[in-house]
Design a protein around this ligand. Structure first.
Ligand SMILES: *[C@@H]1O[C@H](CO)[C@@H](O)[C@H](O)[C@H]1NC(C)=O
Ligand SMILES: *[C@@H]1O[C@H](CO)[C@@H](O)[C@H](O)[C@H]1NC(C)=O
Ligand SMILES: *[C@@H]1O[C@H](CO)[C@@H](O)[C@H](O)[C@H]1NC(C)=O
Length: 474
């Protein structure tokens, strides 16, 4: 192997190592140019207000024997009619503002020998160009950080008009004052933008929680696993996307698989929910003891045509007649392990295993364990988004039974096939689907609504596209 090919091999190896050690996200948020345009439209009004509060220092100077001061500079309006936020690959976001204009007013004072005078003035600033580069990063807690890394401001046109007794006099050297004001304003603009980014934007981002409670049992961790990434088309946020049990959070025994995000960009935002996201939800609910369900006599549909009691089951298990005659029964279903689903272009599927423990309810209400069945089946799931929540429904094919344990001797499990099929599809599934139809919150920031939703199944993840709408603050 030549030196060169060795170097290439090492380079490739280093790249492979870097790729395998990088943490894949469990959840990806992609903001497209359409999303940035919407954010720009919403954010520019805030910047206009910020800039109108800009404080300019007094200006004083001398011209021969004349001393002048302009003070109490105010900006009654600052208009930013043309602005755009664009992603700059591997750098961050660029905010470009062009043809902005502002009005300023203030007081002037002048002193020549012993003569003093004062008045007010009005200034029009036109053709203001501001270009700001925002660098995005992440801190050790996985929160995003934002700072201004570059800012330039240019004003090409300033028109001043002085009024008052000596206004005509001021107008003689207004060019000088206009140029001082222009320089002062140009430097203040960037200071102010940097301060707004630091004080408003960064501070606001720091208040965003990186974990959110989903319900009384689980929470979700959406801290950044890498600094935000920018490409020419989008801003991507790689989030952990991991559910955990509120009672006892533990390490997840598997890692997220890489997500091959498509280059769609019609919607403002895209979410990639990895199979990791759903599987950690399975673990969290399993740990929290939520994957338990009891089927009792009272839950049978009216038209079931049979009762849940030992008289019915003794037709298949004759020993019951003798051991527990004429007693009501119940089933306790639980998942011995968390369900593990896979997502592919064809949809979502999984093969859960469910333990079904049958009990006879004794006259004194205590439970006598009868037998333990293991149920497996192929389950397919459909997922959608409704009102900011992930909702779904599942369907199960034919279930397969096996006997794991019995306190009533041996029997042929096949005899129970149709009864167990009936119980799963008419009692368990409707219950599960009612819960899934309630959904799980997407953990969106307040006041954000989604519309125009698109759902696609991809290898290892679910792709959601949507347009965003900010709810105005009430
Ligand atoms: C079974 O129990 C029900 C109600 O507890 C009772 O009405 C019925 O007579 C009993 N049948 C037998 C065969 O013991
Ligand atoms: C209920 O009855 C069974 C059998 O008759 C007995 O073994 C059990 O101890 C009783 N349980 C209670 C709580 O009284
Ligand atoms: C589930 O589907 C797979 C492949 O389609 C099949 O081999 C397996 O027997 C099915 N399992 C059950 C319980 O139907």
């Amino acid at each position: 192997m030549g030196v060169q090919s060795l170097a290439v091999a090492c380079g490739a190896l280093a790249l492979c190592l870097a790729l395998t050690t990088a943490t894949n996200p469990g959840f990806v948020v992609r903001i497209t140019q359409a999303g940035l345009d919407y954010a720009n439209q919403q954010g520019i009004a805030i910047l206009e207000k910020e800039l109108a509060q800009l404080k300019l220092p007094d200006i004083s100077g001398k011209s021969g024997k004349l001393r002048y001061t302009v003070s109490r500079l105010r900006i009654p309006s600052f208009r930013l009619p043309h602005s755009r936020i664009t992603p700059i690959p591997n750098v961050g976001l660029q905010v470009s503002i062009s043809n902005a204009f502002a009005e300023l007013d203030g007081d002037w004072r002048v002193k020549v020998f012993f003569v003093r005078s004062h008045g007010s003035f009005n200034l029009k600033v036109e053709d203001v160009y501001i270009k700001i580069t925002l660098r995005l990063g992440s801190d050790t807690t996985g929160k995003p950080t934002i700072r201004t890394s570059d800012c330039s401001a240019r004003i090409s046109n300033v028109r001043v008009r002085f009024s008052g007794k000596f206004g005509w006099f001021y107008n003689l050297f207004r060019g000088k004052i206009a140029s001082k004001l222009r320089k002062s304003l140009e430097s203040k603009l960037c200071d102010n933008v940097a301060r707004s980014v630091q004080n408003e934007l960064q501070r606001h981002i720091q208040t965003l929680p990186v974990t959110a409670r989903i319900d009384d049992k689980t929470g979700i961790d959406y801290s950044l696993v890498a600094p935000p990434r920018t490409t020419a088309q989008s801003l991507d946020l790689d989030l952990k996307g991991e559910f955990y049990s509120l009672d006892h959070r533990s390490t997840v025994p598997f890692s997220p698989l890489p997500l091959a995000f498509p280059s769609d960009h019609n919607r403002m935002v895209y979410f990639g929910a990895s199979s990791y996201f759903f599987n950690t939800a399975g673990i969290a609910y399993h740990k929290a003891g939520a994957l338990v369900f009891e089927i009792t006599e009272a839950m049978l549909p009216k038209d079931a045509g049979f009762r849940l009691d030992t008289s019915v089951f003794s037709a298949f298990i004759p020993q019951l007649e003798e051991m527990y005659p004429n007693m009501t029964m119940k089933f306790r279903l639980s998942a011995p392990t968390a369900p593990f689903l896979t997502i592919g272009p064809g949809g979502i599927s999984f093969q859960p295993t469910v333990d079904a423990q049958a009990y006879a309810i004794l006259p004194n209400s205590s439970l006598a364990p009868l037998f333990l069945l293991s149920l497996t089946g192929n389950v397919s799931a459909v997922i959608n988004v409704r009102s900011g929540r992930i909702v779904g429904s599942v369907d199960v094919g034919r279930i397969r039974l096996s006997l794991k344990d019995s306190a009533v001797g041996n029997f042929e499990v096949e005899f129970l096939q149709s009864i167990m099929n009936y119980l799963t599809s008419n009692v368990l599934l409707p219950h599960v689907n009612a819960r899934l139809d309630e959904g799980f919150p997407l953990a969106l920031p307040n006041r954000i609504q989604l519309s125009n939703i698109l759902v696609k199944y991809r290898q290892n993840f679910l792709l959601l596209g949507a347009d965003v709408h900010f709810q105005p603050q009430k």
